[in-house]
Write a protein that binds this ligand. Structure first.
Ligand code: AMP
Ligand code: ZN
Length: 484
């Protein structure tokens, strides 16, 4: 096969352009695993519902973002060119899904005596710092709601012109009764909703499922913009419609988020997109199941959350949490317990031990025995991102690699890590034999630094030095090295 010409004059290996095997994804809209068919050959557009930046993201949130990151990496591994767009919600997300309660950003501002914008920027930065520690790749486009108000207004105007909206004292309301297929994504029973309807939010609404596109008459709301419907602010759902259509076009491939988004947020986004464009805009709706603590979902409102820094303070690397996420299929619930994170950490350390051993082995001549493992890994990951099965392939490969003492087995696992994203290559070179005690001190120092307790941070650095280690601060967090 002749090498392919690259527009920049590079020569690509013939297999570099190979796509496959075909990706299969479970589509919430059809409740079926379907073969992925891109809108544009060789390309995939993914929209990921991003964080509401009013507090630290918890590891439940991060389970969702690890899932969308695995999806993006899997598509890239299979040869697709990926454009992933993620929003940052910095206005309009109220404390309930039903247009009532307080804007979460304003809640954060009141809690910390800051402006909503200060809160938004602080927690956005904290989100990306934690995401980097989990090796979550930065999406190709990150877009803030407050910077797309004009896009939202323009989209709402189209929805209104097409006859899908009416006004009440609350603002401009989407008329869900006008969309024949409204109930499908969430398998909603609209008659039941109507029977149990509460009218206290807005007695002028035609149906309980109707929702606000633009909210007015809220003089205490700090963030307000002029609009054709009066001064006010957008409903939460319109931001994702406006930004996904703007950056990915009126038809795009995949939309991701957590399962809690199915009945309201995504149902409403889909309705808005149809009302504005007349099209089914998203080909595959794909949802991640919850991280569960005890017997409830981990969540801010449930008051049972754990952050990445807290995990680190307990001596767990972020990669151990990422490994835990990989042990379950993204669409089954995952229990977080002391045991489950410890066992994930042990498995991670087992992988690293293999890597350290393998680096001392010679390069072998004939690597053809690796081909079945490579093929199985590809087809496993293409089968609706089956990460638990992909880990099983890794461990089978380790067993065989140990027998053969083959260094190439480790190189193959590093290639698989382009999808798994555990950062194995870096971890092998940076965490070699660091005692748990030193790791814990480094995590406590990180916490002290986050709290700007510089005295405590210095004291901890000295204690680490007494144990013959130095800490180097890098954008991905502290790195520990034995003193020369
Ligand atoms: P939020 O910042 O509240 O908008 O949530 C960000 C993302 O985290 C959304 O996609 C949610 O569906 C998801 N999420 C929230 N809680 C959990 C959980 N316990 N497990 C998995 N995903 C979650
Ligand atoms: Zn969204």
């Amino acid at each position: 096969m002749a090498p392919l010409a690259h527009p920049a004059g590079l020569t690509l290996h013939p297999f570099a352009a190979r796509i496959g095997p075909a990706m299969k994804l479970y589509n919430t809209l059809t409740r079926q695993k379907e073969e992925f068919k891109p809108i544009e050959s060789g390309k995939v557009g993914i929209y990921t519902c991003g964080p509401t930046v009013y507090a630290y993201a918890h590891i439940g949130n991060f389970r969702s973002y690890v899932f969308s990151d695995i999806m993006r990496r899997a598509f890239e591994y299979l040869g697709y060119e990926v454009k992933q767009v993620m929003n940052v919600t910095d206005v309009g997300h109220l404390t309930t899904d039903r247009d009532s309660g307080t804007d979460k950003l304003e809640l954060g501002a009141a809690r910390e005596g800051k402006t909503p914008q200060e809160i938004a920027r602080f927690y956005e930065q904290a989100y990306f710092a934690d995401a980097a520690r989990l090796n979550i790749l930065r999406p190709s486009i990150v877009c803030r709601a407050t910077e797309h108000i004009q896009d939202m207004i323009a989209l709402i105007e189209r929805i209104e012109t097409n006859g899908f909206a009416y006004s009440t004292g609350v603002g401009l309301i989407f008329d869900t009764g006008k969309y024949h297929d409204y109930a499908r994504l969430g398998k909603l029973n609209l008659e039941e909703q109507q029977a149990g309807a509460r009218v206290d939010i807005d007695p002028q609404r035609h149906a309980p499922s109707d929702f606000a596109l633009w909210i007015t008459n809220q003089p205490n709301h700090l963030m307000q913009w002029d609009s054709p419907w009066g001064r006010g602010f957008p409903g939460w759902h319109i931001e994702c419609s406006a930004m996904s259509l703007r950056y990915l076009g009126e038809r795009f491939d995949v939309h991701t988020g957590g399962i809690d988004h199915i009945p309201v947020h995504h149902t409403n986004e889909r309705a808005q997109n149809f009302a504005a464009t007349g099209k089914e805009s998203v080909s595959y709706w794909v949802h991640g199941a919850f991280l569960v603590l005890g017997d409830t979902r981990m969540g801010k409102s449930e008051g049972n959350l754990i952050t990445i820094s807290e995990l680190e303070n307990q001596g767990f690397e972020p990669a151990a949490f990422r490994h835990l996420c990989l042990t379950a299929l993204y669409r089954t619930p995952l229990n977080f317990t002391g045991e489950s994170i410890k066992s994930a950490q042990n498995s991670l350390h087992g992988l690293l031990d293999f890597g350290r051993n393998a680096l001392d082995w010679p390069e072998s001549g004939d690597d053809s025995w690796l081909t079945p493992y490579r093929n199985e890994f590809r087809s496993t990951i293409a089968d609706d991102l089956n990460t638990p099965q992909a880990l099983a392939v890794v461990w089978n490969l380790i067993r065989e690699g140990n027998k053969r003492q083959a260094r190439s087995a480790w190189k193959t696992i590093l290639d698989f890590d382009r999808v798994l994203g555990l950062g194995l290559e870096e971890l092998v070179s940076t965490t070699s034999e660091v005692p748990d005690q030193v790791r814990k001190l480094a995590a406590q120092r990180e916490q002290a630094r986050t709290e700007k307790d510089w005295g405590e941070a210095d004291r901890l650095r000295d204690r680490i030095a007494e144990l013959d280690y130095t800490v180097e601060d890098t954008p991905k967090g502290p790195r520990l090295k034995p003193q020369p």
